[in-house]
Design a protein around this ligand. Sequence first.
Ligand code: PRP
Ligand code: URA
Length: 209
Amino acid sequence: MAELHIVEHPAIKHRLAVMRDKNTGFRDFREAVSDISLMLCYEATRDLPLRHYQVETPVSRAEVSVIGCEVTAVPILRAGLGMLEGALRLMPSARVGHIGLFRDEQTLEPVDYYRKLPANISQSRVLLLDPMLATGGSASAAIGRIKGCGCENVRLVCIIAAPEGVKKLQSDHPDVEIYAAALDERLNERGYIVPGLGDAGDRIFGTVF
Ligand code: PRP
Ligand code: URA
């Protein structure tokens, strides 16, 4: 069964406090999303394969290592875009794919509207980015699309997970490890994470006053 990694660090808890506060404006919210994403991606890429070689330092020869595989960051539009900058600060040479999904407000089912993934994604390690894992419908559908392109190495990086979403992912995609900053209590009757942080997309993009 896919492991759920709750990444514990004071700097992560600090950003999460900023994000949960309803009085935080979108500028500070965005900055906290970006920072926390970098830290979560740092943990999610800890075991990337390395390629080793030698360089001449000004003093002597040294063994050095660089990332030895393709990495692709795939934000789920729209809120996942807020995590992209942090992911790319950590992995500047990553490719980027996009998956557009939104959750139908009545059924809570994901609705597909866009997909553009790198051609060679089957040979890449994928970091799927979405701040909220609520029912798990959106992440599960996105992982299905990525696997449909032949990619077998996907990790989900989210900020807040609900137990319902974790359960769904562990059932639909037991090979996909989840990295999150917090596991919250539950979903409310409208499918929002409790206590959560509200609508991540609206808070990142400032679309609700
Ligand atoms: C949010 C969030 C996830 C989804 C999570 O997106 O960013 O994609 O909801 O819910 P789920 O686990 O129940 O599927 P939303 O559908 O609000 O779209 P947006 O990013 O365009 O605002
Ligand atoms: N999507 C969000 O943006 N927030 C939630 O709490 C649940 C789904």
